[in-house]
Design a binder for this molecule. Structure first.
Ligand code: PGA
Length: 255
């Protein structure tokens, strides 16, 4: 087994932060700092910032993503954005199933599955988020929770389509709390996800499958987390809002 079969992906998740003007400024600041990255670099921004982000990132190695998409191609869904619209706008990546969507906006394993389906149909690359809440970890059902979330989301996804999916393991108790999973805890669950991918799609697919860790990853702890065998990158919230911090994580993934 060889970790180098997988190119790490460092993705920023800006959540509900930054105006279009701020977007342009921070991407301009990031560009030279991440230009020599030996990993994929993605910034996922609010819908309203996507054009500014793509314009600023043009010609650089920074790719742009959205933070969600709807499961329908079009229709009477006020306030929503479809995967087809993102594709038509030139956005290559989309985050699906983030725990804040699950927690605050009624996202379920089934809607995550349907949004994933729509994104793949539109030709987008998906960053699929899974992770347990603290109570689930405390009663010892982390593996079951993460396996179920992953299995439902991937139901109907073919082996070929798997190439367009990354999973971000994000323990909910570590998101935005400053509490990071230890490198060993992160690796343990990423390994559980990889074993499930092997069960569903074969070992070869699993060996090549990118699994990120997310949850208070920052410039100080990225080295130790990214050194773990089953951790192939990070989904970064808070630290992706500061160009220098984000660039340091990109640097850690490039080693
Ligand atoms: P955080 O967020 O890095 O601020 O904890 C991670 C995420 O929610 O993707």
């Amino acid at each position: 087994m060889d970790k180098s079969l997988r190119r790490p992906v460092i993705a920023g998740n800006w959540k509900m932060n930054k105006t279009p003007a701020e977007t342009k400024a921070i991407i301009e600041e990031m560009k030279p700092l991440v230009a020599n990255a030996d990993c994929d670099v993605v910034i996922c921004a609010p819908y309203i910032d996507l054009y500014a982000a793509m314009e600023a990132a043009e010609g650089s190695n920074i790719k742009i993503g959205a933070e969600n998409c709807h499961w329908a191609v079009s229709g009477a869904f006020t306030g929503e954005i479809s995967a087809e619209m993102l594709k038509a706008a030139g956005v290559p990546y989309v985050i699906i199933g983030h725990s804040e969507r699950r927690q605050y906006f009624g996202e379920t394993d089934e809607t995550v599955r349907d949004r994933t389906r729509a994104a793949l149909n539109a030709g987008l690359k998906v960053i699929l988020c899974v992770g347990e809440v603290l109570e689930e970890r405390n009663i010892g059902i982390t593996a079951e929770v993460v396996r179920k979330q992953t299995k439902v989301a991937l139901s109907g996804v073919s082996k070929d389509e798997l190439a367009n999916i990354i999973i971000a393991y994000e323990p909910v108790w570590a998101i935005g709390t400053g509490l990071t999973a230890s490198p060993e805890q992160a690796n343990e669950v990423c390994a559980i996800i990889r074993a499930l991918i092997a069960e569903l799609y074969g070992k070869d697919a699993a060996d090549r499958f990118v699994i990120q860790y997310g949850g208070s990853m920052n410039d100080a702890n990225a080295d130790a987390l990214l050194a773990q065998y089953d951790v192939d990158g990070g989904l970064i919230g808070g630290a992706s809002l500061v160009a220098e911090k984000f660039a340091k994580i990109v640097e850690a993934a490039s080693k």
